[in-house]
Design a protein around this ligand. Structure first.
Ligand code: AMP
Ligand code: ZN
Length: 493
């Protein structure tokens, strides 16, 4: 019996605008795709928030016993400036500015992305495909869309025919836009003259002579459109129809709308059963965005080296801060907010430490089973992490009462309390107490203190051979003991 069999999740589906009972296509298995970063600069905390929300979703699904195939791509070509069909490729532009190869840009920022996600205790996705590694699949997809009559070629570029598509399908169903309104609101821009209509979008672009990232195709030496990449990579690994597709709210239109249109045009089916959109992170009241420069990089927050915040914050605090609001709410990053989260995070970690050391005594003064169910109910309700955290603090309160001798706890309930707290805090929320778990120096000094105590005991027992042995062997590995008036201290040479 797996936990998912007794836990019915409801997911807010952006496509229908409703919370719906989650039913995967194949029982016990979940396919989830999340649009990854365009690796032309360092990821900022806004990007990280979206990925962190889906990391939590991934963790909870796994916790319930689902076999999850989580695909998160790397966009390493084809994403043009301002998310449009004209202008320079973001990666090519950066390469030109820095006078390096585009693939050096890709490598540099992919490594940075992975380092940050590791520091923030992310689980790696099951597959992390790159757009440039799937050019053949993208060309096949374009051919299919052309064959089905939904795309046309002009001067070596291929465009999706939105008007033709809308005759038989519904363009705009995800973002709740109507083609007529789009037509009404679009200005005819210069340079779009190749398209039949300004609403059409590029599936393949012919490369200008100076464009370095180019591949041969039946239409021209060129490169794929950004929207097409995600359709090719998601369906290759998850099937023509899969369970969950995620991304930031800003990707709903046009990116995700175009993904739906492409799949319907190529395969005749809508690709995704549950569309999930994470809301935006703001910095002191305005949206964090690369284009406006209103950003903080995770490393700047972790080191304290920035102009916005009074101190450095630990990775666990950043994760805790994020989990304190629903993934569907706007979250404002402020110094006060982070300081409050730091206090909350420390209180929670303190509670877990106490819990590891308390002993069962008497009868329970708290309905542990009902509490455990409330934790699951919170996460089953569209991954409501703030409510989960409120329940975790209820348990911390109880743990403190047990510690102070004001409440009892049975052995059985103590075990449930421990496993449930550990599961939600560490496995699902992905919190870890880095100051305790990662500091090798703290552990080393703890171990040397143990040896100093053993040496004192040896001396008290007049076992000078042993006490000298401890001192000399520590000295051999570079740890020098100094006996003083107030006891023994050590230094590391
Ligand atoms: P990009 O690399 O620009 O394609 O963005 C990567 C991911 O970060 C996308 O899912 C975006 O929706 C998301 N994103 C960008 N800005 C923010 C923000 N301020 N808050 C939350 N997510 C964001
Ligand atoms: Zn995408």
């Amino acid at each position: 019996m797996q936990l998912y069999q007794s836990n019915q999740i409801k997911i807010y589906n952006s496509l229908t605008g409703k919370k719906e009972v989650f039913k995967p296509i194949n029982e016990g298995h979940v396919g989830m795709y999340v649009c990854g970063p365009t690796v032309y600069s360092n990821v900022h905390l806004g990007n990280v928030r979206t990925f962190m929300s889906f990391d939590m979703v991934f963790r909870y699904l796994k916790h319930l016993g689902y076999k999850v195939r989580y695909v998160r791509n790397i966009t390493d070509a084809g994403h043009l400036e301002n998310d449009e069909d004209a202008g320079e490729d973001k990666i090519t532009k950066k390469a030109r500015l820095e006078q390096i190869e585009p693939m050096e840009v890709v490598q540099r920022y992919t490594v940075d992305f992975h380092n940050i996600l590791n520091t923030l205790n992310f689980l790696p996705p099951s597959i992390e495909p790159t757009a440039t590694g799937h050019i053949i699949e993208q060309i096949e997809l374009i051919s299919k869309i052309i064959d089905n009559g939904f795309a046309y070629e002009v001067n070596g570029s291929v465009y999706f025919d939105v008007h033709k598509f809308n005759e038989t399908n519904e363009y705009g169903k995800l973002s709740k836009r109507k083609l007529e309104d789009l037509i009404h609101n679009t200005r005819a821009l210069d340079g779009q003259s190749d398209k039949k209509n300004p609403q059409d979008f590029a599936l393949w672009k012919k490369a200008e002579p100076q464009h370095i990232m180019r591949w041969p195709s039946p239409w021209s030496d060129g490169f794929p459109g950004w929207h097409l990449e995600c359709t090719a990579m998601s369906t290759k690994y998850l099937g023509e129809q899969f369970d969950i597709h995620g991304g930031g709210m800003d990707l709903k239109f046009p990116h995700h709308e175009c993904e739906i249109a492409q799949n319907e045009a190529a395969k005749g089916v809508s690709p995704v059963n549950y569309w999930m959109h994470a809301n935006m992170l703001e910095l002191n009241g305005s949206r964090m965005s690369k284009s406006t420069g209103n950003t903080v990089n995770p490393n700047e927050l972790l080191s304290g080296d920035n102009k916005f915040f009074s101190k450095a914050f630990a990775p666990g605090v950043i994760r805790f801060f994020n989990a304190q609001s629903s993934y569907r709410s706007v979250l404002d990053l402020t110094d006060d907010g982070l300081l409050a989260s730091e206090k909350g995070f420390n209180r929670l970690m303190e509670g877990i430490k106490l819990l590891n050391n308390i002993k069962a005594s008497g009868d329970s003064a708290f309905d542990v089973n009902a509490w455990k169910q409330k934790c699951y109910d919170a996460m089953n309700d569209d991954f409501n992490s703030p409510i989960l955290i409120a329940h975790l603090f209820e348990a911390v309160k109880y743990i403190n009462q047990i510690k102070e001798g004001k409440a009892g706890v049975s052995q059985e309930d103590l075990e449930i309390l421990k496993t449930t707290m550990h599961a939600f805090v560490f496995d699902v929320l992905g919190l870890e107490n880095t100051s305790e778990t990662n500091s090798g120096t703290d552990k080393l000094s703890g171990a040397v203190d143990v040896l100093i105590k053993l040496r004192q005991e040896a001396r008290a027992n007049k076992d000078f051979a042993l006490s000298d042995k401890i001192r000399d062997e520590l000295a051999e590995v570079g740890i020098v003991l100094k006996d003083g008036k107030d006891g023994t201290t050590f230094s590391i040479n």
